[in-house]
Design a protein around this ligand. Structure first.
Ligand code: FE
Length: 281
């Protein structure tokens, strides 16, 4: 086992309003400093009470130059795009959408039987060589996401490998880990990651002791790890988190709304294409 990664810092999610008035908890937002390269954004939507009324969602909007990863635990997101793709991301499902040169889509959350909507959206950068590639969807239903038990942890493997078990989302340029990890009370979890990869843990239930220094982190927080190999968590009361890791792209970025490109000129081109109706081929 390699040296455990220390915690670099802990992020408290901030409430933001996006789309048609949807209240989200955002822990990472796209920024030119690209501090979490290759990860650009992490949003958490959590609605648990019908008294909140209808959730209006995210009407038609474009993307270029990124991947968006939607993982639902309760409720669903109904989506359709201008290419004619449509579907529903239900509880336990994931959609890994590679926008490439452009898509125009809507994402409409709906409450589950209990009235709840609960899920996450991660944005992943694309390298310059793939920013203008054709769009691609990987949609995986809950039943097709393997669950692996490792010591005291139960892991839903969306992308990356746990021993012999590989997640169903493949051929992603940053070689990601995207796991939903639950560690039972009194349990521990340890996994090796390539030391140069960026690693994050979004703690959304319970509490655990994270990193080399075994600092206690309670839900809801994003842990950003420093360099090293091993990610280590112990818990007394039980903890659940999304483990996110991937290879940095190490290119300059210019984010602007739903577009993330490498230069200002490319952002201007994206707006021009959007206005001309040529964003989507
Ligand atoms: Fe979107």
């Amino acid at each position: 086992m390699s040296t455990p990664r220390p915690i670099s810092h802990i992020i408290k999610p901030q409430y933001v309003i996006e789309g048609a008035g949807v209240l989200l908890q955002r822990s990472i937002a796209p920024h030119r400093t690209n501090f979490y390269d290759p990860f650009l954004l992490f949003d958490h939507f959590a609605f648990n009470n019908p008294i909140e009324g209808p959730i209006r969602g995210f009407p038609m909007h474009p993307h270029r130059g990124i991947e968006t990863v939607t993982y639902m635990l309760e409720g669903s997101v109904h989506h359709r795009d201008s290419l004619g793709n449509a579907g529903m991301i239900g509880p336990g499902d994931v959609q890994w959408m590679t926008s490439g040169r452009g898509i125009l889509h809507e994402e409409m959350p709906r409450r589950g039987p209990s009235g709840a909507i609960y899920g996450f959206q991660l944005w992943v950068n694309l390298p310059a060589a793939l920013k203008m590639s054709p769009p691609r969807y990987q949609e995986v239903s809950a039943a097709a996401i393997p669950t692996v038990t490792l010591d005291g942890a139960t892991i839903r493997v969306v992308a990356g490998r746990v021993g012999a078990v590989g997640g169903p989302v493949t051929e992603i340029v940053i070689s990601p880990i995207y796991w939903d990890v639950a560690v039972a009370a009194g349990g521990s979890f340890a996994v090796e990651t390539p030391s140069e990869h960026t690693a994050l843990a979004y703690v959304f239930e319970g509490a655990g002791r994270f990193g080399a220094e075994e600092e206690t982190v309670e839900a809801v927080r994003m842990v950003a790890f420093g360099g090293g190999g091993q990610i280590r968590v112990r818990t007394d009361s039980g903890v659940r988190f999304m483990l996110i890791a991937g290879r940095p792209i190490r290119e300059p970025i210019v984010p602007y709304g739903p577009f993330v490109m490498n230069t200002v000129e490319e952002i201007q081109q994206a707006f021009e294409d959007f206005r001309n109706g040529t964003l989507v081929r």
